[in-house]
Unconditional design. Structure first.
Length: 328
């Protein structure tokens, strides 16, 4: 049996949130009130996650991404990455981080076999970074990015959530960095998830960003799409070392190509980032369930995957799960 949903999409990609804790409090991501953090016992242990990954591999999972919260705040992440690489059938392991702790961990991450990394960065201005994240750490993040680059991680993808009245006047500066660095700078549309300070008033859609970049920098030349690219539309400016990309979950959803399942830090399996439906893996896992019983839960999650998410820029319904616990 393989993870194939009712719409014939093959689900081979598992995104794993290893913690709901984060060392930043981004206004658009963290809830405006303090929600209780999961206790140590509530969070799946690495051994538990590895068992689920092995079961997922039997069902066709070949690619995993580690996310959070902030994955680099959890102890033992490098050993976990190494263990993931040793799971027969896992062909690709990647990590999404805010970069705050990256500088000191790049060497160990690479030693653990990590090749690819996504770093979230919404502004190039230290004061603004502090305003949005609550922490004065822009320089630390930038140093981490440069260290990852010098260390040879490739590709380095820089993810920027585009927010009107916040960083819309910087998108062009961020895109221009693609002339100097061979990174993939990707602009992500804001999604109404969780109870945060941002509203859809901040929403900035991809066509508007593309237009600005074209008017002010130059033609966006499409880059050939590869099977493993994920949902980003990829472009390059003439003469640039890197790329710019767009992830448009709201204005132009890409659900028909979605190959993902998400495992939350508390052991819930979600088949859509933008739906609150989830299947509990943790209770049976800790209750002594067999691999077959856990496989059946994976297969059920695949069957429950909707044809497409129900959010649009015009009629946004908020997803109540928090991005910080689902993992983005
Ligand atoms: N801490 C890690 C990081 O910062 O990359 C991983 C977790 S974070 C939830 C993953 C990504 O989700 C980040 O790039 C963040 O900017 C993005 N994100 C959070 N809330 C979002 C929202 N409402 N809409 C779009 N992207 C969001």
């Amino acid at each position: 049996m393989k993870l194939i949903d009712p719409y014939s999409r093959i689900l081979n990609y598992l995104r794993i949130s290893i913690t709901d804790r984060c060392n930043l409090r981004c206004q658009y991501c963290s809830p405006r009130y303090q929600i209780p953090k999961l206790s140590h016992e509530d969070i799946l242990s690495y051994e538990e996650i590895l068992r689920l990954v092995r079961i997922g591999v039997e069902l066709g999972i070949s690619k995993v991404r580690i996310t959070g919260g902030e994955p680099l705040v959890r102890k033992g992440v490098c050993e976990f990455i190494q263990a993931l690489h040793q799971v027969d059938g896992i062909q690709d392991v990647s990590l999404t981080t805010n970069g705050v702790l990256l500088k000191d961990q790049v060497d160990a991450l690479m030693g653990a076999g990590l090749h690819r990394i996504n770093i979230s960065l919404d502004t190039l201005k230290p004061e603004k970074f502090k305003k949005i994240t609550g922490v004065d750490a822009f320089d630390q993040v930038w140093e981490g990015i440069l260290k990852a680059y010098q260390g040879g991680l490739s590709p380095i993808k820089i993810n920027t959530v585009a927010l009107r009245h916040f960083n819309d006047n910087e998108l062009e500066d961020i895109a221009r960095l693609s002339f100097a660095y061979p990174f993939h700078f990707r602009f992500i549309e804001y999604m109404p998830i969780g109870n945060t300070e941002e509203g859809m008033a901040s929403f900035l859609h991809t066509p508007e960003i593309k237009q600005r970049l074209t008017d002010r920098i130059g033609e966006l030349i499409p880059v050939e799409h590869h099977l493993n690219d994920g949902p980003a539309e990829r472009y390059r400016f003439e003469g640039a070392a890197g790329e710019v990309g767009f992830i448009s979950a709201m204005s132009h959803h890409f659900c028909h190509t979605c190959n993902r399942l998400r495992l939350t830090a508390s052991g819930q399996l979600r088949s859509c980032l933008l739906s609150d439906h989830q299947e509990d893996l943790k209770t049976p896992l800790r209750g002594g369930a067999s691999d077959e019983a856990l496989s059946a839960i994976f297969l059920k999650a695949a069957r429950m995957k909707g044809v497409q998410h129900g959010l649009t820029a015009d009629t946004p319904v908020r997803v109540s799960g928090q991005m910080s616990s689902i993992g983005g």
